[in-house]
Design a protein around this ligand. Structure first.
Ligand SMILES: [Mg+2]
Length: 464
């Protein structure tokens, strides 16, 4: 029997003779197969070097907004002027979610407050986020990628891993196809991507992070020393700011320094992630491209900075209901049920606190989520003036596998049916086409967050 394995002999796949011949053919033309004449339990073992692409949309939120605006007839490409996508641009203290390259030149960074950014560049153009548009763009990109391989992992809204190993026989040289994908996304969808090409996910991802935008980079194992090791250690995947500081304290400044360090020393310093980042610095990563057609979302949240300080409980609860409406709609659209609900509050003194509750059963109806939101809010609010409120749900389960709790005596089926109808009306006629009666006479926006949605139908002909 012939087995295929990684270099640590951890994963084995049976190989048919025909497949093996194909692999050998493959090997002759490229560098892809390495033969291990290694005898163990009477088996010959082989190492297949995979070909992995990491596709990453360049400043996704901003370029997707730009592409959508151009398609609608807007004359200015906001990628070419100092522009940002910012949460709550009409309110106080929005946070910068994405910036154009000209905005970056003013020193504007993601995560900065809009106030700070405007001080750096008074003529800054500000646009609100539109999560529905982003999903549309992300799906359109995914559908182009699917034409080249079924083995795609949607890593985040703007990033995918694609396993090209088996596609090579059909489509040919990986680099040629990487360019084809990049150019098609640019032409058909109107935004640019970086693609990293290598033999594992880590190197592909690090490759796509090299010079941006609109670039293809290979980061083959033989190129690690030249292309990856000179980079600051903080740029390595999984090395956060705190870890980078710890490493710098012992004079590990570049990825190369980390790669050459003693792995046991790294483990002692950083606990178990120490070994992982040491392996990453050496370009070692055996993780598979895990197929998923949906973006793995761990949580759905929605929050808002309020234009005035809220001191009244009823008003706070109205805002929370409006936030919950959007959260619950997004949850249902993803086809999930959630079992963890949390509420966050930021006071006028910038004190932030949150409360969460793990439920016995999973829920997805607006009414049920809102009941817990109210409970949590009452538990955590101490009566201070509120400037920011948030609702978040997580710990998902697929809708089909809902477990009914014995204590669940509400008529969930009925509530779900109502939500289905409301969702359908909103999908067809817009988010604000149907609102709860209690919002009718008030000033609170009935469904909050994710502005600019529902009237955007297509991008490059791809449907949601
Ligand atoms: Mg990106």
């Amino acid at each position: 029997m012939i087995l295929i394995t990684n270099h640590k002999f951890q994963r084995f796949y049976d190989v048919k003779v025909n497949d093996l011949l194909e692999y050998l053919f493959y090997c002759k033309r490229t560098y892809v197969l390495i033969l291990y004449s290694y005898e163990q339990r009477g088996s010959l073992r082989w190492l297949i070097v995979r070909i992995i692409f990491h596709i990453d949309a360049n400043s996704a939120y901003l370029s997707w907004t730009a592409a959508a605006m151009l398609e609608k007839g807007y004359r200015i490409d906001i990628r070419e002027i100092p522009a940002v996508i910012s949460g709550d641009p009409l309110n106080r203290h929005g946070i910068i979610l994405a910036k154009s390259i000209p905005a970056k030149k003013y020193g504007i960074a993601t995560g900065q407050s809009l106030f700070e950014a405007r001080q750096k560049c008074p003529e800054l153009a500000v646009f609100p986020p539109s999560y529905d548009l982003y999903m549309l763009c992300s799906n359109a990109m995914y559908h182009i990628l699917l034409e080249y391989s079924p083995a795609i992992e949607r890593y985040s809204i703007d990033e995918c891993f694609l396993d090209y190993t088996a596609s090579k026989n059909r489509f040919g040289e990986p680099l040629k196809i990487a360019y084809e994908i990049k150019n098609r996304i640019k032409k058909e969808l109107g935004f640019t991507v970086n693609i990293g090409v290598s033999t594992n996910k880590l190197l592909a991802k690090m490759g796509s992070e090299l010079k941006k935008p609109d670039q293809i980079h290979t980061l083959w194992p033989s190129e690690i020393e030249k292309k990856m090791w000179p980079l600051p250690v903080g740029e390595l995947f999984m090395v956060g700011r705190a870890t980078a500081q710890k490493l710098q304290r012992i004079n590990i400044n570049t990825i190369g320094d980390l790669a050459k360090a003693d792995p046991n020393h790294m483990k002692a310093l950083l606990k178990s992630p120490g070994l992982l980042v040491w392996e990453f610095a050496n370009g070692i990563d055996d993780s598979q491209v895990t197929l998923n057609s949906d973006i793995i979302q761990k949580g759905v949240g929605n929050s808002t900075t309020i234009s005035h300080d809220v001191t009244d409980r009823t008003e706070a609860l109205m805002i929370l209901l409006a936030l919950t409406e959007r959260v619950a709609m997004r949850l249902r659209r993803l086809g999930y049920m959630a079992s963890l609900v949390s509420v966050s509050v930021k006071t006028d003194g910038f004190i932030r606190y949150s409360h969460q509750l793990k439920l016995q059963s999973c829920i997805n109806t607006t009414t049920e989520i809102y009941e817990y939101v109210c409970l949590l809010f009452d538990q955590c609010w101490k009566g201070e003036p509120i400037r920011h409120l948030g609702v978040h749900v997580s710990d998902f389960q697929d809708i089909e596998v809902r477990q009914y709790s014995l204590f669940d005596n509400r008529d969930s089926e009925k509530l779900q049916a109502i939500d289905r109808v409301v969702d359908r009306i909103r999908e067809k006629y817009g988010t604000r086409s149907i609102i709860r009666g209690r919002f009718a006479n008030g000033n609170t926006n009935a469904v909050q967050g994710g502005t600019n949605d529902s009237d955007f139908i297509m991008m490059g002909g791809y449907k949601q």
